[in-house]
Design a binder for this molecule. Structure first.
Ligand code: ATP
Ligand code: MG
Length: 405
């Protein structure tokens, strides 16, 4: 079997972009380099060439199987990539292409024929160089003919789920042959659409909301609320671990950690207990807006899903949303919990999220929270807090920042 010296990455949504497409491509190249450095994969060159991104080793050496595995893992985190394949390269001449495609497919087919009577096969060709003498379909037939010449009846065509599939791409200076295609995470490269602030709790949903926002091309910074000493410091450590896991997908976002307990005490001591959860959340949104203004972040992201818990009725969500003019993104809104859990497992945050530690929202939680808090009642309760502005300002000023997670 030939050794792979190159991996070709395909993208989908970027390809639909017009005049600013190269900006998205450059961001994807930069992100791949960055993710490789996080994984300590050294000596790679990452280049874009006519609608593809190629990853090679410096000095044009072949990848070892371990290196290929590590790169596969790394690329599964690179938002913007639709799919990728380790590829063999040859000159874009018919004989060279047929030789290479047939030689490598033969090795795979022979191996399978040791165990089976016959093997199914398909070739897929694409030519971006229209001056190449054969059309894609014709090239596919030529490859099949070559292999039939070797294996005869033992080789059958199957276009839907063949045992062996050979891909060929003819470009103007080079032709690519590949046997495997791996799915990438899709979407747009993290960071190409600006920076946002995610409200990150220790739960399952908000990390998934972060992943989905990165997939739309945003770089995510994190804001978490704790209530030390009413919640343990371990709760903050847990969120730090989740943030650093999420940072494996993007240019590292900072974590802002805000102690909400002074505001929570004011709410406990002055307001009707039924509205505590909604009032806490209104404070969270106000602080989030202050952080966004201070650090020029374009939106707030939350893991809200309508109807999931008491604070997430439409009425409560509106009352909470009412305190800010910021754009609020809620990407998990359309998912059910099982889908969200699947995404959390894929992202690698699930195992961290299920560690059972108290959340800020549960501090002084009432027995029967309001599920449909009326605006005017909530506002009246809030007015009972003496000098709320000052308390918010002080809480904002006491935020701790972690830059390198
Ligand atoms: P999650 O699983 O993300 O914690 P949840 O289903 O538990 O969500 P809530 O606790 O009502 O729902 O929180 C809804 C959203 O509010 C969270 O997804 C998160 O964005 C934000 N949030 C809640 N608690 C905190 C917190 N302590 N710090 C930061 N954000 C929070
Ligand atoms: Mg929660």
């Amino acid at each position: 079997m030939n050794e792979y010296k190159s991996i070709a990455c395909r993208y989908h949504e970027i390809a639909t972009k017009g005049h600013n497409r190269s900006m998205f491509e450059e961001r994807l190249v930069a992100n791949i380099r960055m993710l490789a450095s996080y994984d300590k994969i050294e000596d790679l060159t990452v280049q874009r060439m006519r609608g593809r991104i190629f990853i090679r080793k410096k000095k044009n050496m072949a990848f070892t199987p371990d290196e290929l595995e590590n790169i596969k893992k790394m690329l599964s985190r690179a938002y913007g990539i639709e799919s990728f394949s380790p590829v063999l390269e040859t000159a874009p001449e018919l004989e060279n292409i047929l030789d290479l495609a047939a030689k490598c497919a033969s090795a795979l087919i022979e191996k399978m024929l040791e165990k089976k009577e016959s093997v199914t096969f398909r070739s897929r060709a694409r030519r971006s160089d229209k001056s190449f003498p054969l059309k894609s379909k014709e090239l596919e037939i030529e490859i099949a003919k070559r292999l039939w010449g070797v294996f005869g009846e033992r080789l059958k065509i199957d276009l839907t789920s063949p045992d062996v599939s050979v891909g060929v791409e003819v470009r103007d200076k080079i032709a690519l042959v590949y046997y495997e295609t791996f799915k990438g995470p899709g979407g747009l490269p993290a960071g190409c659409n600006g920076n946002v602030l995610a409200l990150l709790s220790g739960g399952i949903d908000s990390p998934v909301a972060c992943g989905m926002t990165m997939k739309r091309g945003c770089n995510v910074e994190f804001l978490t609320f704790h209530s030390y000493p009413y919640t343990p410091m371990e709760s903050l450590e847990k969120v730090k671990n989740i943030a650093s896991r999420l940072n494996l997908y993007q240019k590292k976002g900072r974590l802002f950690a805000c102690n909400l307990s002074e505001l929570q005490k004011l709410i406990r001591d002055n307001c009707n207990p039924r509205f505590r959860t909604v009032l806490y959340r209104r404070m969270m949104f106000r602080i989030a807006e202050m952080v966004c203004h201070r650090y020029r972040l374009g939106a707030i992201v939350t893991g809200d899903a309508v109807g999931q818990v008491a604070s997430q009725t439409l009425v409560n969500m509106s009352v909470i949303n009412d305190v800010t003019k910021m754009l609020v993104l809620r990407p998990v809104c359309g998912m059910d919990k099982l889908e969200t859990i699947d995404r959390a497992v894929e992202l690698g945050t699930y195992d961290l999220s299920i560690i059972d530690l108290p959340d800020s929202c549960t501090v002084f939680a009432p027995d029967s929270p309001a599920v449909a808090a009326k605006y005017y009642l909530v506002e009246a309760e809030e007015k009972k807090i003496p000098d709320l502005e000052k308390a918010l300002e002080e809480t904002f000023r006491s935020i701790e920042r972690f830059d390198d997670l």
